[in-house]
Design a protein around this ligand. Structure first.
Ligand code: GLN
Length: 492
């Protein structure tokens, strides 16, 4: 029998339906792979008992008939999602051993549809980072290595555990969240597919909040089809999240293989950065050629406010974070460090509980919101955000169906290589992804090629609001042309 962990989600679904193997066998194969891959540090908590219980239940429903669309499919969950009776930490010390008594809406929909939870996945602390190096559980290792090198590389962030686990066959798919690029950038760094849906498509209820007006959950998987399958279960209206949108969830999988003939693809000239590596430029041109060969029309477009997106994001996101993270006070959740009085207890708890990057964001956020600076920073950033959104609206009003850009300005880098002296070096990773969050649009990253050192590179497609289907159709064309990318197995 082929290794069950290397199946696509769609093939595993087929194998389960045909009774070629059981959900328990599929789950056990993944649990065994996870055990052998602990050097990757992708999981911060393995939940084998729960997984086997869910797998047995899935086998029973498959035998009876009427199983859900994800029956018996083993998944990993980013540790930002609340999971009933299973520790959720946002990979921060401040949550300590927090065991939520409730389940996030997105994960509850996955279990409703029969999926199996293998465990909780590592991420940057409170999802703040681009390399998964800010996690209280230590960095995640990318399964990919440069040719001829044994240097450990980052998987990207903040959903680095999710990306690494999917790329190393430690689950068939995983949940992630994306506030400024945290699904798309790690997907690109690990040679897999990740989609950030339109803001409001998935409920944020039960997901640890970072920047509420930007946060959105989405899936990772090894193929475009597999992400489409997962999206259908994750999406949907939820009265518990007032920003979630009440519109029907389409059958995203039906978009796979649909013709893209006649579609207009925008190529934004502002995404051609000074000093960008020639490899990224070549990949971008190659992606455009593949879409053209499939019948799409390429149109140069302009998104003039792009250059302000990153600075505006690093005002808006910390501002919201400083407010969201005020709740971690040593009283309600997790860790507490006592002091002489309550104010000192707050200070001690927060100083001990938050890592340096989170502290930096809270300080920036508090500063830009404070009296006297609010207008100059926060209000101004919000105005820029409106202009960024308008840039996209103008492009889509010209009949453009989707926009093609690189996903990241480089391939994965070494652990400890970036952002030490200057955090901005790390922030620059999100240069192609943050605009999409600022505008609330859907964006997908799909592997498209490799760099000169053999590392995967991704392209991004940005869509109209709630038109994820077009992104699935177009990215599948790129996937068909580029093929699949599998890391050489060195970790087990
Ligand atoms: N890297 C970006 C940040 O650090 C985005 C993170 C995210 O999308 N969660 O804010």
């Amino acid at each position: 029998m082929t290794d069950l962990t290397s199946l696509t989600l769609a093939d595993a679904r087929e194998g389960l339906a045909q009774k070629s193997f059981t959900a328990l066998e599929l789950t056990d194969a993944h649990l065994a792979a996870m055990e052998k891959a602990r050097v990757l540090n992708a999981y911060v908590l393995e939940t084998p008992e729960q997984a086997r219980t869910q797998a047995r239940a899935a086998d029973a429903t498959i035998a009876k008939g009427g199983a859900g669309p994800l029956a018996g499919i083993p998944l990993g969950v980013k540790d930002l999602f609340a999971t009933t009776d299973v520790r959720a930490t946002a990979c921060s010390k401040i949550l300590g051993n927090f065991i939520p008594p409730y389940e996030s809406t997105v994960t509850s929909q996955l279990w409703r549809d029969g999926a199996v939870m293998l465990g909780k996945l590592n991420c940057d602390e409170f999802a703040m980072g681009s390399s998964n190096e800010t996690s209280a559980f230590g960095p995640v290792v990318n399964p990919w290595r440069r040719e001829g090198s044994d240097t450990n590389l980052v998987p990207g962030g903040s959903s680095g555990g999710s990306a690494s686990a999917v790329a190393a066959n430690l689950c068939l798919g995983a949940t992630g969240t994306d506030t400024g690029g945290s699904i798309r950038q790690p997907a690109a760094f690990t040679g897999i597919v990740g989609i950030k849906p339109t803001y409001g498509r998935c409920s944020r209820w039960g997901i640890v909040a970072f920047a509420s007006s930007l946060d959105q959950a989405g899936p990772f998987a090894r193929t475009v089809r597999d992400t489409a399958i997962l999206m259908r279960s994750m999406a949907g209206h939820d009265p518990k999240d007032t920003t979630s949108v009440d519109r029907p969830v389409p059958d995203y999988e039906a978009a796979i293989g649909k013709s893209v003939k006649g579609m207009k693809i925008g190529i934004p000239k502002e995404y051609r950065l000074d000093g960008m590596s020639g490899e990224i430029d070549k990949l971008w041109a190659q992606g455009a050629d593949w879409l053209k060969a499939a019948g799409a029309e390429l149109v140069e477009v302009s998104l003039p406010y792009t250059k302000y997106a990153l600075p505006a994001y690093y005002v808006v996101a910390p501002a919201e974070a400083s407010s969201n993270l005020a709740r971690y006070d040593g009283v309600r959740y997790g860790a507490r460090v006592n002091g002489k009085n309550i104010a000192e207890m707050y200070e001690n708890t927060r100083a001990a509980g938050f890592g340096p990057e989170v502290r930096r964001r809270i300080m920036i956020g508090t500063y830009v919101l404070s009296a006297g600076y609010y207008d100059a920073y926060y209000l101004r950033a919000q105005k820029v955000r409106t202009l960024i959104k308008k840039d996209f609206e103008d492009v889509f009003a010209k009949g453009i169906h989707a926009i093609l850009t690189p996903a990241t300005p480089s391939a994965a880098f070494g652990i400890g290589e970036k952002g030490k002296a200057d955090p901005i070096e790390m922030y620059l990773n999100d240069i192609f992804t943050v605009t999409v969050n600022m505008a609330g649009l859907p964006g997908i990253a799909v592997p498209a090629g490799k760099d000169g050192q053999g590392l995967p590179l991704g392209l991004q497609l940005i869509g109209r609001p709630f038109d994820e289907e077009t992104l699935f159709s177009l990215s599948e064309v790129i996937e068909q042309s580029a093929g699949h990318f599998t890391a050489r197995k060195w970790w087990a």
